[in-house]
Design a protein around this ligand. Structure first.
Ligand SMILES: Cc1cc2nc3c(=O)[nH]c(=O)nc-3n(C[C@H](O)[C@H](O)[C@H](O)COP(=O)(O)O)c2cc1C
Ligand SMILES: Nc1ncnc2c1ncn2[C@@H]1O[C@H](COP(=O)(O)OP(=O)(O)OP(=O)(O)O)[C@@H](O)[C@H]1O
Length: 309
């Protein structure tokens, strides 16, 4: 898969493709339907697939303080696109794209930049300055410029539209099963294991730490987890995602204690799959009280994972 980081990087060989546009936060089941459609048309037309995304995401650009925490960072989206067989990703800097009217967006990006032949979008897709562009406008432009546009029906689970907002809500409520159903895969956070303050090992719970480098996460609290990327099979564990109020922590940290595992894993890149929420993070009166609770959490997680494999 090829990543094209700006319009300026587009070359004549990138022209002629089957494309879609959007945030694709979570690359959830609604998005997956679009990606599948894209592939089918690309195969029929013998053209490559191109996904157009924006960085930062529009909400993060317009209201950075109010934007909800992302489900997937750029790296995770790219891994998902690759998994779904996408050929190219055009990642546009939204600061520039935000200024384009819908007509200019179509002309400069879709027609002159990519020379698209076929476009697939969701039925509520909006774009361009003031979100004035829609399926109808795309269709009119397509008739003039010679490309086809298809609108995909809203993908629904249990009577409601699958959306990144709904997935965030499920995660906030600790409903990992619903989140998985909407995502089409379990919710996972990835990162490199770093050194912690090493108090964990003094209480018998050494942890693999992943700094999330962000202010907010869609999930918080204590979870039964499966960690991928260390062995050929997943390793069970118990994790806390939070700021560790008991030890006056500040940064958002994902700390995982792996069961029956002793290897040094600093520097390893791992995927932590959130299987079951156990409880919210709390401030404990003492480190001893926290230790006792972690013992209970570990036993709860172990039992759950062993009985739900
Ligand atoms: C399963 C588990 C649950 C935890 N729950 C909490 C919690 O509720 N409140 C809290 O302040 N810290 C919690 N922690 C984080 C501990 O404060 C942290 O692991 C401890 O301070 C040791 O960190 P260090 O090894 O980086 O020094 C939890 C850690 C684990 C592994
Ligand atoms: N449930 C769905 N069914 C069909 N198409 C969808 C669905 N969710 C998103 N899409 C489409 O996928 C493409 C990329 O979506 P994007 O993430 O930008 O939009 P969105 O509608 O804001 O999604 P979300 O609400 O999930 O964040 C768009 O064309 C959008 O219309």
């Amino acid at each position: 898969m090829e990543l094209i980081r700006s319009l300026a990087q587009l070359r004549p060989q990138h022209r002629g493709c089957v494309a879609t546009i959007g945030n694709f936060d979570g690359v959830h089941r609604g998005h997956q339907v679009i990606l599948k459609q894209l592939q089918q048309h690309a195969q029929a037309l013998q053209l490559p697939t191109t996904v157009i995304i924006f960085e930062p995401q529009p909400q993060e650009f317009f209201a950075p303080d109010r934007a909800p925490p992302r489900l997937t960072r750029l790296r995770e989206k790219l891994i998902a696109f690759q998994r779904y067989g996408i050929d190219r990703v055009l990642c546009l800097r939204f600061a520039k794209t935000a200024l384009l009217t819908a007509d200019t967006f179509i002309q400069t990006i879709l027609i002159e930049g990519l020379g698209i032949q076929y476009l697939v979008v969701g039925d509520d897709f909006r774009f361009g300055k003031g979100r004035t562009g829609d399926f109808k406008l795309l269709q009119q432009a397509g008739m003039q410029a010679g490309f086809q546009v298809e609108s995909q029906h809203t993908f629904i689970v249990d009577g409601d539209r699958v959306s990144s907002t709904r997935i965030r809500q499920a995660l906030r409520q600790g409903d990992m099963q619903l989140a998985q159903q909407l995502l089409g895969h379990p919710y996972t956070l990835s990162g490199r294991v770093r050194h912690g303050f090493q108090r964990g090992r003094t209480i018998g719970f050494p942890t693999a730490n992943i700094f999330l480098h962000r202010h907010a996460s869609p999930v918080n609290g204590v979870f039964a987890v499966r960690v991928h990327g260390l062995e050929t099979y997943p390793i069970n564990g118990v994790a806390n995602l939070g700021t560790r109020p008991t030890v006056d922590g500040q940064d958002l940290l994902l700390e995982t204690h792996l069961f029956d595992f002793q290897r040094m894993i600093y520097g390893h890149y791992v995927d932590v799959e959130f299987v079951k929420k156990i409880r919210e993070e709390q401030r404990f009166a003492s480190f001893e009280a926290l230790k006792q609770q972690i013992q209970i959490d570990a036993a709860t997680a172990r039992t759950y994972l062993e009985t739900h494999s």
